[in-house]
Write a protein that binds this ligand. Structure first.
Ligand code: AMP
Ligand code: MN
Ligand code: MN
Ligand code: MN
Length: 281
């Protein structure tokens, strides 16, 4: 079975609408998909309808922004009830913070003589309640402030750069708790991608994630290196995490693999697929 349990749509910072994404997932011959937009489930209803019509097993999800060890950590919730009141309030709070951060980011751009970035980024956000750094990057690229899209992150927006505004996203235990309350499986996304100051901090994160009830880690992610995938695989075996994986697809012009094209999950580690299949197939 071909699966992809980590993908984005225009409900957050992806460039395809939920309907367009499902059409691509179908062309990619993926049998089970999760929509995991950043801090929102606004695309889930549309994607579910399309997926069911196409005979694809659909898993409702979200990728939640949290903070641990001074770094933004992404926790994917798989199998979430999008009508759960506690989860809805929790996600809406994060999205409000995204908008406040957008104004702060725009102030940083104003200070270096780049004006109109808030309105520009907003105009590119299909779902205006999930404003992302990605929208700022696209606006900078579209308006010629940078020659390449990636330059927007490297020069201005990535961690430590002048227009990156750090927010107090929720703690990992809060996200895991809400995911469980809403009926989901908590998955640590692309563990190899976090910009920790020290190597040992990743192992510390695994221990803390386990201690607060985290269920699974991505051992096959389109957004981390093969070496990190192998390290996560070994960690899942050693610490008893379930395995999960996905492309982390955002757009067809991006550097990430297309839906379903990430490496297959290793056969010898228990994974999240069986439980999700029982529930949604
Ligand atoms: P946000 O959640 O608004 O802070 O934006 C984070 C998103 O920007 C991530 O989900 C990626 O899609 C993208 N992103 C983050 N860091 C980088 C980077 N260094 N280069 C390119 N894209 C990035
Ligand atoms: Mn993203
Ligand atoms: Mn992520
Ligand atoms: Mn993602």
């Amino acid at each position: 079975m071909r699966i992809d349990l980590h993908m984005h749509s225009t409900a957050s910072d992806g460039s395809l609408s939920p309907t367009e994404l499902v059409a691509l997932v179908r062309r990619q011959a993926v049998d089970m998909m999760a929509l995991t937009d950043h801090d929102t489930m606004a695309g889930v209803a549309e994607a579910r309808l399309e997926a069911e019509a196409a005979g694809i097993v659909f898993v409702p999800g979200a990728e939640i922004s949290t903070r641990w060890g001074g770094v933004v950590i992404h926790i994917v919730g798989l199998g979430l009830d999008e009508h759960h009141e506690g989860l809805k309030t929790f996600l809406a709070d994060i999205c409000r913070q995204r908008e406040s951060r957008g104004h702060l980011i725009a102030e940083r751009f104003d200070a270096i003589g780049i004006h109109g970035s808030f309105e520009g980024a907003m105009s590119l956000a299909q779902n205006q309640s999930t404003l992302s750094r990605t929208h700022f990057a696209r606006w900078l690229h579209n308006t010629g402030h940078v020659r390449q899209y990636q330059e927007a992150f490297d020069k201005y927006l990535k961690d430590g750069r002048p227009c990156c505004v750090t927010m107090e996203w929720p703690r990992i235990e809060k996200a895991v708790q809400l995911i469980h309350e809403a009926g989901g499986i908590a998955v640590l996304a692309h563990p190899g991608r976090y910009p920790f100051r020290n190597d040992w901090m990743l192992d510390h994160l695994f221990v803390d994630f386990k201690a607060c009830g985290g269920d699974a880690i991505e051992v096959s992610s389109g957004s981390q290196s093969e070496e990190h995938n192998r390290y996560c695989e070994a960690t899942a075996r050693r610490m008893g995490f379930l395995a999960s994986g996905g492309s982390d697809f955002h757009s067809e012009t991006g550097v990430r693999p297309l839906p379903g094209d990430q490496a297959a999950l290793p056969a010898d580690i228990p994974n999240v697929v069986e439980a999700l299949h029982r529930r949604y197939a």
